[in-house]
Design a protein around this ligand. Structure first.
Ligand code: GMT
Length: 380
């Protein structure tokens, strides 16, 4: 198949899923065309079968807001025609599914078919989509999509109820490449990398996100402060965003800043995650929780919140520990109980990797997308 993919190319779960999907599809022999305003950050230009088409957004003094969605629709229609795309797959409903809808109509006018699939990722439904200014257009573009997938049952149910959607939505979960996300095979390399952040007798915790308020990064620092008061420990914070400065202030106020490594945005998180003993993901909401899945594949269990689609990923007590939002004391106690019980921690580490391999590995999930495309094209 020749597949066009549109996503937000910046650091964020939906962009990661879209990019990894494109890479995996190309590895299976499909031709993949990314259409976006800049190259998705995990694309390195070295994978065969992958093409990138930039969307130029020209401005004009009359425009207070340059109309990206229109420029995107134009480019989608052009790329689809020039490269004979079979379908478009857009990630994050707003505004990508609206642009795809326009592109489909433009091509229909020229006697060509261009079905499109919309994948719902989370805040496009739970936050932005429910805002009155976007709700009617989001609902319309979901209804008009040729196929819709959601990354969890939670998000599917939420979309059906909150938007009054009547069409079918398929659940295709987030996935992880278990050959890329895995524990270090070379023990001495692992020890050398880990030594950059912690001494051998120190515990190492990690958090990975875009530091948006929904991630509750301040809770990460609070939980870590309680852990570090009981056992020697260090914390790696990977990512950047609006709440980074609040987290830095708190780290200084609590006098634990020397034990926290703010790494900013990192490209090869698969090399950082397996260095840690535990992941902290105290989010207000997660429609799935890709960062926790990537950690699980590396044998790193999460201390997380029981929200959204997280219970579909983490079995409480088996592959991680789940708490209420804001339950900082309980999360710290849970983390300490694991860190001071190596046998229990090891059992959970092994169970997490097994669950990632058995339920969320690329080899299981990518074929679900391929089948979804095929069934859509068969209807033409
Ligand atoms: O929250 C983020 O990290 C960004 C956001 C996005 O849309 O880019 O992530 C959402 O999509 C991820 C990939 O499908 C999910 O794993 C995240 O749970 C989801 N985030 C939220 O629902 C808050």
């Amino acid at each position: 198949m020749r597949i066009g993919i549109t996503c937000y190319p910046t650091y964020g779960g939906s962009g990661v899923v879209a990019t990894e999907l494109g890479i995996e599809l190309a590895a299976l022999g499909h031709e993949v065309h990314f259409i976006s305003y800049s190259q998705p950050f995990r694309l390195n230009g070295r994978d065969g079968g992958i093409f990138y088409h930039e969307v130029p957004v020209s401005n004009y003094p009359l425009f207070e807001f340059p109309p990206y969605d229109l420029a995107l629709a134009s480019r989608m229609a052009e790329v689809a025609e020039f490269y004979e795309l079979d379908l478009l797959h857009v990630h994050y409903a707003i505004p990508h599914s609206v642009s795809a809808l326009l592109a489909r109509q433009m091509l229909a006018d020229r006697g060509r078919k261009l079905p499109f699939v919309t994948t719902l990722h989370g805040t496009d439904i739970t936050l932005v989509g429910l805002d009155r200014s976007y709700l009617p257009i989001t609902r319309y573009s979901i209804q008009q999509s040729d196929g819709v997938t959601s990354i969890s049952q939670y998000l599917k149910d939420k979309t059906l109820s909150a938007f009054g959607i009547t069409r079918d939505i398929a659940v295709v979960p987030n996935f992880v490449n278990c050959n890329v996300y895995q524990p270090y095979k070379d023990e001495s390399k692992w020890a050398a990398e880990r030594a950059r952040f912690a001494k051998p007798d120190e515990k190492l915790l990690i958090h990975l996100s875009n530091f948006r308020p929904v991630k509750r990064v301040v809770d990460v620092v609070k939980v870590f402060a309680q852990v570090a008061a009981q056992v020697p420990a260090q914390l790696i914070l990977v990512g950047d965003g609006p709440d980074r400065s609040a987290a830095e202030w708190l780290a200084h106020d609590l006098k634990i800043h020397s034990r926290i490594h703010f790494l900013g945005k990192q490209e090869r998180v698969n090399e950082l995650l397996p260095l840690a003993d535990l992941m902290l993901m105290p989010s207000e909401l997660e429609s799935f929780g890709l960062a926790a899945l990537e950690a699980m594949a590396c044998k790193v269990p999460s201390i997380a919140t029981r929200v959204g689609g997280v219970p579909e990923l983490i079995d409480d007590g088996e592959t991680g520990l789940l708490y209420s939002v804001g339950a900082v004391n309980e999360m710290a106690a849970g983390a300490l109980a694991l860190l001071t019980n190596p046998d229990r921690l090891q059992t959970m580490r092994d169970a997490g990797r097994k669950a990632a391999q058995k339920r969320f590995c690329t080899t299981l999930v990518i074929p679900q997308y391929v089948e979804f495309y095929e069934s859509l094209l068969a209807k033409r």
